[in-house]
Design a protein around this ligand. Structure first.
Ligand code: PLP
Length: 499
């Protein structure tokens, strides 16, 4: 029964929403979600809202009494949906794609209703074993050998932090897990290596691991933004001579700015010789290994100690889903395992207790959406879509290359294209110290003009000091016509912004 304000008996009582009320509400929400996805292209990718506007439209105090679901859903439709940047929009080509597939959304819904907390086997038997199974599926889909075990994490940042902590743990003579680092005499400064193009999450991991930003040595890259392995080798030798303790190197397959691919085979050989843990950050690029003919780019990653690939980036799985793979599960278990009495279970040694392999105790049931998603698309279906994104990116690159006033700024190994507009008036003056500044403002204006259309949303980076526009593809709802629209809008913007 609802009263005249639409408040139900359940709301007035001491219980949760009744099953029949939930069923009716869930049907409404299903329609709301389907309408959202169906009508997404009628929305601007990037809303015209200003900072503070949404917050000031929301009540600053919580409701003391129940509110009717109608009012809640209508506020959602009025205040939230229109003021979002729409990651699901086919015109979202900024940063890296993070798209939620239909089957993946259904998996999230079911997981939310089960609320299975995947701490250890006893409280999550099927969830734990489904996670082990789906991690194994993904390993095979990525063409990696059987020796890899793994688990789902929330983000690549946390996957990398976990791997760096395991790498620190296996370093002989340190035992930071039990002894800590601060104030200890007789231990060397830790050194972690990555390239100058590495994602900021590596430095954050170093901050959290007690390595510090000063303990991160960034190795220079070649003209295509790939780590130079000979400089890594020289840096390790120099550091050892200076008393540092090198313990970990990070190779990136698909760097954030240009999607460059570090020579992971050569880096693996150095790490093996030096006894250093190799972590591979393939958060974005790793998904391309689903495509068999793209695997040569990854040759050598099977020798890594740990690898992160984010299905929530380019496998179109709903956020969050980061896959952390490792070859030495015992290193993780020894680094993190603490079993207080209240968590002890009879299955302790015979079943997988995922909380023992990382920092979190409570863990989301991510495997369910991955299982549904992979089964709905099929491994080949996922590969087909990724292959198409790469084809579209190469197509866009060819359009850019064909125009004199546009300049491509990096190779296109995957589905991301880096470039800038450089008209005749901003060419010639090589050596002019103001040239880069003028090119930056010009391209910044182009970016702003494209984003203001609301039809395409792009982001930028800097490559070798040059302001760079980026188009990152990866949405299975996008088609070639969206890439064409993006290119048309860029050229139109370049015509109208003043140089
Ligand atoms: N590594 C790379 C190469 C990335 O591009 C990103 C994000 O774009 C990350 C790590 C961090 O990902 P997450 O947001 O999952 O922590």
């Amino acid at each position: 029964m609802t009263d005249e304000r639409g408040i139900t008996d359940a709301q007035r009582g001491l219980s949760d929403m009744s099953p029949s009320e939930f069923r009716a509400a869930a049907h409404r929400v299903a329609d709301l979600v389907a309408d959202y996805l169906e009508g997404i292209e009628s929305r601007a990718v990037f809303p015209s809202v200003r900072p503070g506007e949404v917050r000031s439209a929301l009540p600053q105090e919580p409701p003391r009494e129940p509110e009717p679901l109608d009012a809640i859903l209508s506020d959602y439709a009025r205040l939230i949906e229109p003021n979002l940047t729409h990651w699901q929009h086919p015109g979202f080509m900024a940063y890296f794609a993070s798209v939620a597939s239909g089957p993946g959304i259904l998996g999230e819904w079911i997981a939310a209703s089960l609320n299975s907390n995947v701490m250890f086997w006893r409280v999550a038997p099927a969830s734990t074993e489904l996670e082990q199974t789906v991690v194994g599926w993904l390993r095979q889909m990525l063409g990696l050998p059987e020796g890899f075990d793994g688990m789902f994490m929330d983000t690549a940042s946390m996957s990398t932090l976990t791997a760096v902590l395991a790498a620190r743990h296996v370093l002989p003579g340190l035992d930071a897990r039990d002894e800590g680092l601060a104030g200890r005499p007789g231990i060397g400064r830790l050194r972690l290596y990555c390239s100058t193009e590495t994602h900021s999450s590596i430095e954050k991991a170093a901050i959290a691991a007690g390595v510090g930003r000063a303990g991160v040595r960034k190795i220079p890259v070649d003209a295509d933004y790939r780590m130079r392995p000979e400089l890594l080798e020289a840096a390790i030798a120099e550091d050892r001579a200076a008393g540092f303790w090198p313990f970990c190197a990070v190779a990136t397959l698909g760097t954030t700015s240009s999607t460059s691919v570090d020579p992971v085979g050569a880096i693996a050989s150095i790490c093996e010789r030096e006894g250093i843990w190799l972590h591979v950050d393939a958060a974005y690029g790793g998904s391309a290994a689903l495509v068999p003919e793209m695997r040569p780019d990854f040759s050598g990653w099977e020798r890594a100690d740990s690898i992160v690939v984010n299905p929530h980036k380019w496998m179109f799985t709903p956020f969050d889903a980061s896959l952390l793979l490792f070859r030495r599960p015992e290193a993780f278990r020894e680094a993190f395992r603490i079993v207080p009495e209240y968590l002890r279970t009879p299955e302790g040694e015979v079943a997988r207790n995922f909380n023992e392999y990382g920092i979190q105790l409570g863990r989301r049931f991510r495997a369910l959406k991955m299982w549904i998603h992979i089964r709905w698309f099929g491994a080949d279906g996922m590969a087909r879509r990724i292959r198409e994104h790469c084809r579209q990116a190469r197509e866009l690159a060819s359009w850019i290359d064909a125009e004199e006033d546009w300049e491509r700024l990096a190779p296109v190994p995957f589905s991301t294209v880096c470039f800038r507009h450089r008209p005749a008036s901003l060419r010639g003056a090589e050596g002019d110290p103001n040239l880069e500044k003028r090119l930056e403002s010009h391209n910044e204006a182009i970016l702003e003009a494209v984003n203001r259309t609301g039809r395409i949303f792009l982001s930028h980076t800097k490559l070798a000091g040059r302001y760079t526009l980026r188009v990152a593809l990866g949405n299975p709802r996008a088609r070639e016509e969206h890439v064409r629209l993006c290119w048309d809008l860029l050229r139109e913007a370049a015509r109208v912004v003043t140089v």
